[in-house]
Design a protein around this ligand. Structure first.
Ligand SMILES: [Zn+2]
Length: 206
């Protein structure tokens, strides 16, 4: 499945009209070039002659058949997320991992996690534990950047401070061994989910 088309958009900078190519579905096995574009931050970006770059926020489905993995970005609030959830019902791959995220940035992070061979549920809970240990607000944006298994650490981004932090990979491994398996059909593995999961973990451990 691959959907792309041309949409008429106006540059928010100068107001000039463009026909922009909009990709709404990526198959990671058949379209590796599109995955690279996504990871380079160049997918569905309108580049205007005035210099303005605009992300075309539209529903985008990422499918990696080799990992039986689907992730759907549904920008546009709860209504968009609800219709994304309905779309997943029709996909109905009971064995597949399905994720629903509210933005392209969130999809970007999920793809990085998938490529790193890591479990997003473990990473999300780890974020909460990291933020708590730093005395940070639990809703602070913290993004997975990469794993360095040789050096034994994970690298995270704190976008609001434009800097990265590292945490021991050991922490991931230990948490992965402790955390219950994510229930099948759990579409939203996000911060709200992870705060509950972390709470359940500390309660069961105490
Ligand atoms: Zn422009």
């Amino acid at each position: 499945m691959s959907i792309s088309g041309t949409v008429k958009v106006r540059c928010p900078g100068c107001g000039s009209a463009h026909d922009a190519v909009l990709v709404q579905s990526i198959n990671a096995r058949d379209q590796p070039a599109l995955v690279e574009k996504l990871l380079a931050g160049e997918l569905n970006v309108l580049v205007c002659s005035c210099g303005r770059r605009t992300l075309l926020e539209a529903t985008l489905l990422f499918h990696d058949p080799e990992h039986a993995y689907f992730c759907q970005a549904c920008p546009g609030g709860e209504a968009a997320m609800a219709s994304g959830a309905r779309a997943f019902v029709t996909i109905a791959h009971s064995q597949a991992t399905c994720r629903l995220v509210p933005s392209h940035n969130a999809l970007f992070e999920k793809v990085l996690i998938l490529r790193a061979g890591l479990d997003d549920a473990v990473l999300e809970v780890l974020k909460v534990l990291l933020l708590a240990s730093r005395g940070d607000e639990l809703d602070r944006v913290l993004l997975f950047a990469k794993v360095d298994r040789d050096a034994g650490h994970l690298i995270w981004q704190l976008p609001d401070q434009h800097r990265t932090i590292a945490s021991p990979f050991d922490g991931y491994t230990k948490l992965a061994a402790t955390l219950r398996a994510t229930p099948a059909g759990e579409l939203r593995i996000d911060r709200a989910w992870a705060i509950e999961a972390a709470r359940a973990l500390t309660e069961s451990g105490s």
